[in-house]
Design a protein around this ligand. Structure first.
Ligand SMILES: [Zn+2]
Length: 306
């Protein structure tokens, strides 16, 4: 029978069958042989065929994916880690204070989504918390900046409900991957969107022989008004693999219009003669913060073995 992978935690997988049954699942060795060297062969959102054996779903086949988001496994640079599969969009939760979300992180996420052709959005959380005036201005500017580039951008509060209705409209009938640094209020937001779910808002910590480990898992939940969200652990980075340095600028929507005007078609927009991107940055048509992230990602890309 067919099923959907709804939870992964390391090698532990749960599926939901078409009849709505939730079962622990197991994988057989053959799935390790894939095009990419994957940390785990399935991700949340995968469609699979299973047979049941004593209350356990044995995964026999992983159906072709409509899309996916994968990143470089931070522990093994040659490996790729599946973040989510078969998704309609991806939403990053952002805070400018407590915790501070670096722009490098925000733009890294957006570039990853562009590279995998997944529509992306941003939600600035904790709208109810008072900020330093400089942080408040920064947040206002960032919301404007990303909206101008074309990313849906929200300002929300899980406490007061501010912005939640427009976020619901954005999420309705879609499958959305939701992520963000730990501490941005992801569990509180998902609890607000899905009453009675009661996710713990503090990370669970378990003791193992190697010490304390924060329990991390990705899980798919259904929204009451239709649609699903995939809750993910707070990934520390979204390092992209398998991208040529000359491709990177294509994943910055505001740069695309200039790329064909560069004198050299393999222009990296660093200091090349006849570059059309550099003058656009100087004129303020390409935000300098985004250009700086571009340079940082370019450096990182060149340093990542593929
Ligand atoms: Zn150029």
């Amino acid at each position: 029978m067919e099923a959907t992978v709804i939870r992964t935690s390391g090698d532990h997988v749960h599926v939901r069958t078409e009849e709505g049954m939730i079962l622990p699942a197991t994988l057989r060795g053959k799935f390790r042989l894939t095009v990419h060297d994957l940390t785990t062969p399935v991700g949340v959102g995968d469609r699979v065929r299973v047979r049941t054996e004593e209350g356990i779903a044995v995964i026999e086949e992983i159906f072709p994916r409509r899309n996916w988001l994968i990143r470089v496994d931070p522990n093994h640079y040659h490996r790729r880690q599946i973040l989510a599969c078969n998704i309609d969009q991806a939403l990053l939760l952002v805070t400018v204070e407590a915790p501070f979300t670096p722009l490098r992180y925000v733009d890294g996420f957006l570039v990853l989504c562009e590279a995998f052709d997944v529509p992306a959005g941003l939600a600035f959380t904790k709208a109810d918390l008072p900020l330093k005036p400089s942080s408040e201005e920064k947040r206002r500017n960032l919301i404007r900046l990303y909206q101008q580039i074309g990313y849906p951008t929200f300002l929300v509060s899980s406490q007061t409900g501010e912005g939640i209705e427009s976020l619901r409209v954005y999420l309705r009938n879609k499958r959305t991957f939701i992520t963000g640094l730990s501490g941005v209020g992801k569990s509180s937001l998902i609890n607000r969107l899905i009453p009675f779910l009661h996710l713990p808002t503090q990370p669970l910590v378990r003791l193992t022989q190697r010490g304390r480990h924060t329990t991390t898992y990705s899980a798919l939940y259904e929204l009451p008004e239709g649609g699903e969200v995939i809750d993910s652990p707070g990934f520390g980075e979204f390092r992209i693999g398998d991208v040529q340095p000359s491709e990177l600028s294509h994943y910055f929507p505001e740069m695309r219009a200039y790329l064909r005007q560069c004198q050299f078609n393999n222009c990296l927009h660093i200091d090349e003669p006849g570059c059309a991107v550099l003058p656009a940055v100087e004129r303020g048509e390409i935000p300098s913060s985004r250009y700086h992230t571009y340079l940082a990602l370019l450096k990182e890309l060149k340093a990542t073995p593929t």
